[in-house]
Design a protein around this ligand. Sequence first.
Ligand SMILES: CC(=O)SCCNC(=O)CCNC(=O)[C@H](O)C(C)(C)COP(=O)(O)OP(=O)(O)OC[C@H]1O[C@@H](n2cnc3c(N)ncnc32)[C@H](O)[C@@H]1OP(=O)(O)O
Length: 429
Amino acid sequence: MSTLNENYELRTFEATSTEDGASPETAGWVQAENQGFHGARLSDDFVNRMAARLAKDSQVLTGAYPPAHRESSLPADYPVATFASFEKTINVGSGRLVPSHLISSVTVRPTHRRKGLLRRMMTQSLTTAHAAGLPIAALTATEATIYRRFGFGPATWAHGITVATDSRFRFLTTPTGSAEWVDPRELVTLGPAIFARFHASQVGSVERHAGIWDRVSGLTDYVGKEDAAIRAALHYDADGEIDGFVSYKINWEGSKRSMEVVDLVAADDNAYLGLWQYLASVDLIDTVSWRAGRIDDPLSWALADPRLVTVTGAEDWVWLRILDPIAALEARPYVSDGEIVVRVVDELGFAAGTFRISVTDATGHVERADGATPDVECDAWVLGSLYLGGADPVVLRAAGQLVEHSAGAAGRLRTLLASDGPVYGITHF
Ligand SMILES: CC(=O)SCCNC(=O)CCNC(=O)[C@H](O)C(C)(C)COP(=O)(O)OP(=O)(O)OC[C@H]1O[C@@H](n2cnc3c(N)ncnc32)[C@H](O)[C@@H]1OP(=O)(O)O
């Protein structure tokens, strides 16, 4: 790798916003990050709003600044590369919420790419998180080819679905409760408590950051404009307590009328089906699409005609990186007892070594076993994919990404790392 990137100054600072607005450093970083994702130039008001959101989550921002600023270039406050990290919890099963290092906003200006700036910012950030004792790092990726080299593996997935909501839509068992329209802007206040219940119960869920609520409520789109086309409904349980919401947009294209779900959060299974009942009850609509459907979707099992649900796409969602295998593997729950020795190869070193995982009475004990013969061997990114139980070691062995040193070991690892429920999440960051 070229050492050209060493000429750049990396500055790391907390996102800062006061009553007077964003600090100049934060404002420049926000503009640069937005342009890195090909966004339109942002108004000062929206930059201040974004900065306030980043500051609310104590996001730590890194910018790369070239050694010499060209007079005719963008302002010197605009870094040529951006990187953000912040701490949130991930549900690793049985309601266990593990503090995690979330990485976001990774951009490098095209005129400065492939000089190792991403590698430098990533290595620095992971080293800091590891030193701080965070067992896991996580991100959502624009491209699936970037992050394996840094030890991240896909760990949760989503299905794009389109559901026919015409007169054939009928549940085998009717969910209880009812739905009611709400001003979508209310979701900024009502949404977080509903999400907290989802998050506490769903393995694979990532705690949400403050910026999400502006978008799902239509308060601001990606360039700061209000999206007044967003509509929303709440779901109430049989006792009248709010237990779910959906926000959505309606598309009219000639005679085709469809709805697109922006966000759907349910505190439990009944509320989930109740929200679909509501969506299917909207007149003049033929289909409802959602980018973030579950892989194991109860919807198709609940419907009299499961063929109403069409899977239109499959997407990797959260990518995990194990920073501390012992802490991470002891933090998650186990559904069966057993023992296995795993060797992890990690170019960056954080997860490298041989580890014995012993589970007794559903409690995991993990220790270094560097002299022991491993049962299986894999790269750090594979461990990230296996960690929550959403990926199958037997399939990874078939793909040539997990090596079995003792017969049947991939199958034993599958049993040992099985999750206590379908792995899924609805947080993009
Ligand atoms: C978590 C998130 O925020 S996801 C968002 C990612 N950002 C984007 O998609 C915005 C557009 N793209 C970019 O800004 C840049 O091209 C980035 C951030 C993807 C890469 O930044 P660069 O500084 O060019 O990467 P850098 O030079 O450090 O490359 C590091 C390694 O990744 C590889 N790499 C970089 N970009 C890509 C890519 N898009 N696809 C595959 N490999 C890549 C490089 O070849 C290099 O490999 P090596 O070190 O193993 O030889």
